[in-house]
Design a protein around this ligand. Structure first.
Ligand code: NQM
Length: 367
């Protein structure tokens, strides 16, 4: 498959992730041609992604495709694509709330949204799930200002805050219809507040939940157990066969150690997240608020207010969730992230002829 020899692209950090941002009009319309091009741009498949923009980890092998929205209630459409590192696969079955943090600033940079003098709000339709978000960030003098004093765990230094509000969505919060299920012999809570997530008490899997991500990734017995839970939970959650999907995510829960509500280790779905995804955290926070869920007896919820502090391997993520236990339904979710434009220019994809090693897709599971 051939394609353009050069493409306009911005590399941005969004929250604790990093990705290549494109205008939809700069990529092929045909999804197969687009994905082939993105694999060659990111340097996949290759564990080091040495010949492309990807950073050799799922958290740095991400793509945002942005366009003006035809929807009167949205300014822009955002399609998130997860580019696998070691396999020639591009997946659109999940959203990404971290990469979302860069979408508003990128839309202003590309002239899709006229900035106000002061701060600008961008209404974003997230094409992966049909859900909505509004991102608000500083634009003094009508230019995006990435500098500021907001700090997020997992990112050195400080930057301008990107405040993201998620209105109530129509997706069922409990995709299995139950607050607790027994899946592959383990009691779990399957929840979806923007990201299909399986909550699992760490102790039920024989780990503390405080281990560093690398140690958990090396535990092959744990990996087998998580795989069994994920495949069974995926079916129960209506996601079908998730062998090659990046959802559902799996979050191990343990009591908080640093004043937060809970400690987490999240598998996305094979590598262990060095922090936690935004929508993953939104799902955890909502799940903890459901009476009868597996978080009961583990999490310590604040007595007042919507804010929940989710501890993770490199710090914490504060997220606001207003949950109506009748339904149950999430009325509102909000989070503060930061983003930064790293470069803006032209990317030169690897030539199509060398895009795939002999044998192509080896059919192995996602990482
Ligand atoms: O849950 C990683 C990330 C994510 C997704 C993943 C995310 C989210 O940290 O909204 O941001 O779960 O694959 O970027």
């Amino acid at each position: 498959m051939t394609g353009p020899a050069e493409v306009r692209c911005a590399l941005m950090r969004g929250g604790t992730s990093k990705g290549a941002y494109f205008l939809a009009g700069d990529l092929p319309d045909d999804p197969a041609a687009r994905d082939d091009l993105l694999l060659r741009i990111m340097g996949s498949p290759d564990p080091r992604q040495i010949d492309g923009l990807g950073g050799a980890h799922p958290l740095t092998s991400k793509v945002a495709v942005v366009s003006a929205s035809a929807d009167p209630d949205a300014d822009v459409d955002y399609l998130f694509l997860q580019v696998a590192v070691e396999r020639p696969e591009v997946n659109d079955r999940q959203n990404c709330g971290n990469i979302l943090a860069g979408v508003g600033p990128f839309a202003v940079e590309r002239g899709l949204v006229a900035p106000a003098d002061g701060e600008t709000s961008v209404r974003i339709r997230m094409l992966n799930t049909g859900e909505r978000a509004v991102a608000t960030f500083p634009t003094p003098g009508g230019r995006v200002d990435y500098t500021g004093d907001a700090e997020i765990s997992g990112v050195p230094g400080t930057a301008a805050p990107v405040v993201i509000e998620f209105p109530a969505a129509d997706v069922p919060l409990l995709p299995t219809g139950n607050v607790r299920d027994t899946v592959a012999g383990t009691e779990v809570t399957c929840v979806d507040n923007g990201m299909p997530t399986v909550l699992i008490p760490a102790a039920a899997l024989g780990v503390s939940g405080y281990e560093p991500p690398g140690d958990l990734e090396e535990d092959l017995a744990l990996a087998d157990r998580l795989r069994d839970i994920r495949l069974a939970a995926g079916k129960l959650m209506g996601l079908g066969d998730v062998e090659h999907a990046t959802v559902p995510k799996l979050t191990l829960l343990a009591p908080p150690r640093s004043g937060g509500a809970v400690t987490t280790r999240t598998f996305i779905p094979v590598r262990c997240h060095t922090s936690i995804g935004v929508l993953g955290a939104a799902s955890v926070a909502a799940g903890l608020r459901l009476p009868g869920g597996v978080g009961e007896g583990i999490a310590v919820l604040p007595e007042h207010g919507d804010r929940v502090r989710i501890e993770h391997p490199t710090g914490f993520l504060d997220i606001d969730t207003d949950v109506d236990p009748r339904g149950p339904k999430v009325r509102r979710t909000a989070v503060v992230r930061t983003a930064r434009k790293i470069f803006d220019g032209t990317v030169f994809p690897r030539a199509a002829a060398s895009a795939r090693p002999e044998g192509g897709n080896d059919g192995s599971a996602p990482r």
